[in-house]
Design a protein around this ligand. Sequence first.
Ligand code: SF4
Length: 317
Amino acid sequence: METSRIRIGVSSCLLGNSVRFDGGHKLDHWIVEVLGRHVEFVPVCPEAECGLGIPREAMHLAGDPVTPRLVTIRSGVDLTERMLDYSLRRVEELAHEDLCGFIFKSDSPSSGMERVKVYGAPGSSPLKRGVGLFARTFMERFPLIPVEEEGRLNDPNLRENFIESLFTLRRWRDFRAAPTAAGWIGFHAAHKYLLMSHSVPLLKALGKLVATPRKADLPVQLASYEVLLLTCLRTKPTVSRHVNVLQHLLGYFKNDISAKEKTELLEVISNYQAGFLPLIVPVTLLRHHARLYEKTYLLDQVYLDPHPVELALRNHV
Ligand code: SF4
């Protein structure tokens, strides 16, 4: 399914921009060279953009891990208010950028999304419980937008889930640009098995919203659906949830395939479940059968084709 261009925010140093405190960068090759072919980046460097200069004195989080201060390490200057003022302004600008997600730089006192070191009394070990001040402001302003850190994206499951969420949110927003009741039903139907791989109860709740007689305005109902949709995408798929989906898909062929073909499909699904084959194998086989037996409903399922194949995201999950 085609989408319009996906825009995501990204910590600027990950794109190779020399904005770090020491004048360096943290170029992430996968983000720039692979993901960059499919999305448009909106770079953000909170520390440079709030006027701290390049290079600048290094800083860290200090004090209470829940509400830490941002403090320079050598001279002890407290930059908390400056960073929070900037962050509140910047997230309002970003609200107009149509972002489908954000990739944060890990461990940064400004940009880290989780487990950032917070320093306490001199001599004590830092606690890895902080959140960078800009990242926190962003996540409070956009609590359901998909977010990840570059380090976590090395995990194939988190990577696949993040990219799938970006593409799903883009398709949803494309639909919302010219919404109709029929288009909504079509969107939900096409995403049925993708949503099932995240959460059966949330899929059911979403289905109820689509099926509810139109008591309220369509925009109000769509807003409720969007909250639930993004909540569903944040529920990570598991092997057993995928197996459940694959078995449902297999059921569509019960009157078409031979006993040998059925055995082969069941074997592939069971080998995926056991960890001997990646998800791409049963999905490819099911897609092949859907084409062969002209199962239009299945061929419309985003689950069988959720993101560009060249990203190879399902080859490792
Ligand atoms: S981690 Fe954030 S604040 Fe630090 S250089 Fe990168 S983008 Fe700038």
